[in-house]
Write a new protein. Structure first.
Length: 504
């Protein structure tokens, strides 16, 4: 079983390098893949909350519930997003992360993205992730301070800063931040030397020496462009600090077709004894007229017999809204391509898969046996409403072999007015979920109790709550869908806001 899992991981990794449909726009929200970045329907923005259940052989476990609410500008660009997760024991929602996005004026180009993690112990937001871009959407600065939610402290942080020249990367510096430290220490850097055409000619990688406080050479790549960009040779070297010499390590010969698709890649390794480049690995790819990958063959070079030996092969086929792929391994004893794994991928919408399944070849029964599959269900607005992950049970008798659900996530969507989102203002009063169906939770973080009154859109009082420091759950069953307002006092402060109730 262990061998099967490792081989399958290699199979999936093998595919990832040549994955089709790369133009699909997918935004990750919780466990959800949103089909459209600007997810509007009849001028209404829809937001999601979800619940997840894990299934075992004879029991099921409710894992979590969460929801994420976004505010957007008139162009549909995300401005803020707050994610809240449900505690499985208290059944209450608590803060998890908060995003803030800025844009270059009058465009949808992101200027910066900042993410905060919630410190439950001190009830405050902690600076966690930051990304900064220029107007060409080139990455300038990025860090992750690795806020540990369970241990209430920062781990080792990582940062990368980039510099560009005529839109070409010329310097990239990586730094680390030690726990309980506020100083970013340099770690490694890459210097890119460009040729006259502005292409990367030399990539020099160096490590920071803390003793000498200087940059030490580590390894470098030299790029030689032949026949414009269709043929490129890459030479890799590692620095010998003892001899102060660049030692050759590997050489890659890459040939691409006129449309830029990589057809052939050959890899050589340096033989330090014979002082020559020794053939090592080769990959050959075939494409159809639509530039879709049809076949990839990987080979290793047998230096004893001085010939190329087949290793693995991937075959792809396409139908309407369907993509199939099969991985083969060369059987040197029988001289034939032995099937290993097969995958199916169907699409509910353009570039958006709804079902993915992986099978393994049974050498004894000479047939394909399912392993696992994932199924996504969408509504007519292209919002994902269900996600299933299933495992195939290969048990006897034959009648018991079937798909068994391992996990299931259900997504609930509600329309909302961004002005009704209270959490994004990070006030002393938290109101969630908003929009809501059956209940709303009020949390007061002030020093004094809150006396709160709730009214419908006609001004009629429909609720009166007295909130201490503990969260209070207000049951909304029996109230009609629509807009509601709350107003109250917290000591000498006034708290107020809007609530949206939606139907089933």
């Amino acid at each position: 079983m262990k061998t099967t899992i490792i081989s399958l991981i290699c199979f999936i990794t093998f595919q990832s390098g040549i994955a089709q449909n790369e133009n699909a726009k997918q935004v990750t929200i919780d466990t959800l893949r949103i089909v459209k970045e600007k997810n509007y329907y009849q001028d209404t923005l829809w937001v999601m909350d979800s619940s997840q259940t894990y299934y075992s052989l004879d029991w099921e476990l409710y894992l979590s519930g969460n929801y994420k609410v976004e505010t957007r500008d008139d162009q549909g660009n995300k401005l803020t997003a707050i994610k809240r997760i449900k505690d499985r024991y208290s059944e209450l929602f608590e803060n998890y992360s908060f995003d803030s996005v800025t844009y270059f004026g009058g465009s949808d180009k992101v200027k910066s993205l900042k993410t905060y993690g919630w410190n439950v112990l001190d009830s405050k937001w902690m600076d966690n992730v930051f990304q900064l871009y220029d107007e060409n959407q080139q990455w300038l600065d990025s860090y992750d301070k690795s806020w540990n939610r369970s241990q209430f402290e920062y781990g080792t942080g990582h940062r990368t800063t980039n510099e560009y020249e005529n839109e070409a990367l010329v310097l990239s510096v990586k730094s680390t931040l030690s726990p309980r430290s506020e100083v970013w220490e340099p770690n490694e850097r890459t210097i890119h030397i460009l040729n006259e055409s502005g292409m990367d000619s030399i990539s020099l990688h160096q490590n920071w020496n803390m003793d000498t406080e200087q940059w030490d050479n580590y390894y470098k790549y030299e790029s030689h462009y032949i026949d414009s960009l269709n043929t490129i040779d890459y030479y890799g070297y590692i620095w010998d600090s003892t001899a102060s010499y660049w030692l050759p390590v590997n050489f890659t010969h890459q040939v691409s077709s006129e449309n830029g698709l990589r057809d052939t890649t050959e890899v050589y390794k340096w033989d330090s004894i014979g002082n020559y480049w020794k053939m090592s690995f080769k990959s050959i790819a075939l494409f159809n007229e639509s530039n879709q990958i049809l076949e990839i063959v990987n080979m290793f070079y047998d230096n004893e017999d001085t010939l190329w030996v087949n290793n693995k092969k991937m075959i792809y086929s396409y139908e309407v809204d369907l993509q199939n792929s099969i991985q083969y391994k060369w059987d040197t004893l029988s001289d034939y391509w032995k099937p290993e794994y097969k995958s199916y991928r169907s699409y509910a919408f353009e570039n958006i898969p709804d079902t993915t399944q992986y099978d393994q070849w049974d050498t004894i029964g000479q047939s394909w046996v399912p392993i696992f599959r994932s199924i996504s269900v969408f509504d007519d607005r292209q919002n994902q409403i269900e996600d299933l992950f299933q495992l195939w049970t290969s048990i006897t008798p034959e009648s018991l072999k079937d798909w068994k659900t391992n996990s299931r996530t259900i997504f609930f969507w509600s329309p909302f007015n961004p002005e009704s989102v209270i959490d994004t203002k990070l006030t002393n009063m938290k109101v969630y979920p908003n929009p809501a169906r059956e209940y709303i939770i009020f949390e007061s973080f002030g020093q004094q109790p809150t006396n709160l009154f709730i009214y419908n859109s006609s001004g009629e009082q429909v609720g009166h709550l007295y909130i201490n420091s503990s969260p209070l759950v207000w049951n909304t069953t029996g109230l009609a869908p629509g807009m509601y307002f709350y107003h109250g006092e917290q000591g000498d402060k006034i708290v107020s806001g809007k609530i949206v109730l939606v139907g089933e």
